[in-house]
Design a protein around this ligand. Structure first.
Ligand SMILES: N[C@@H](CCC(=O)N[C@@H](CS)C(=O)NCC(=O)O)C(=O)O
Length: 221
């Protein structure tokens, strides 16, 4: 029998943890959740046995350890979903992988200035690099929905890893009041209405963590 453990940080602000968690939930894969509180004196010590990078998320499956959110999503798709984490159509799949990789590698301003915080609801001023990055996300969302969105309400129609990568961004956009095009806003609303996204947000909001204000100074990711 396979054993799947997902090591994650605080749900209130660990956007990287949320991505593979959402994938496992969306596809109904049972797993054990191991929660490690971030930004504490003993965080690295607690992560040591699970995560070579001393960061979350990390996935433990039988004898295999995988870290880095996108690598974990790839592994889940390959080993546990027979590839169903990505769109079946090769063109859609190529674009889905591209936008997922872009989220994983880019958007430094979003990460620093608008960190995920499920409890936050504070309209924020937008300028410079942050405005450019919000516009780029809006462009990705509208363009993918228009070009690839048939067959469902998600970025590539049916729910995929690309949506897992975008979900924390939707939470940030709602929290800080991003102004989006109609198409992008519609997709943002779809993500926020996903029952597993709603569960994550609810659990994040319920966390009682003295470090949760740290996100205001840009510590979270
Ligand atoms: N590139 C990594 C980022 C992981 C990351 O930065 N995780 C943060 C929490 S969201 C973390 O573990 N921080 C703990 C620390 O830096 O001590 C991924 O995609 O998994």
């Amino acid at each position: 029998m396979s054993q799947i453990k997902l090591v994650i940080g605080n749900k209130n602000y660990s956007s990287w943890s949320m991505r593979p968690w959402l994938l496992l939930k969306a596809f109904g894969i049972p797993f054990e959740e191991i929660n490690i509180a971030l930004y504490r004196g003993d965080t690295a010590e607690k992560l040591g046995p699970y995560s070579p990078s001393l960061k979350v998320p990390a996935l433990l499956h039988n004898e295999t350890t995988v870290w880095e959110s996108l690598a974990i999503c790839e592994y889940i798709s390959e080993q546990l979903l027979e590839g169903r984490g990505w769109p079946a159509n090769p063109k859609k799949r190529a674009s889905a992988r591209s936008v997922a990789a872009e989220v994983h590698a880019e958007f430094p301003h979003l990460r620093k200035d608008w960190p995920m915080n499920c409890k936050a609801s504070v309209p924020m001023h937008v300028a410079g690099g942050l405005a450019d990055e919000i516009a780029r996300i809006d462009g990705i969302w509208s363009c993918c929905r228009r070009k690839h969105g048939t067959g469902g309400d998600y970025l590539f129609g049916k729910f995929s890893i690309a949506d897992c990568m975008m979900a924390p961004i939707a939470i940030c956009f709602r929290a800080y009041g991003a102004k989006l095009s109609l198409e992008a806003q519609r997709y943002c609303n779809t993500l926020l209405a996903n029952p597993h996204v709603m569960d994550w947000v609810e659990q994040g909001r319920a966390e009682k963590d003295p470090t949760s204000m740290a996100v205001v100074s840009g510590m979270a990711g």
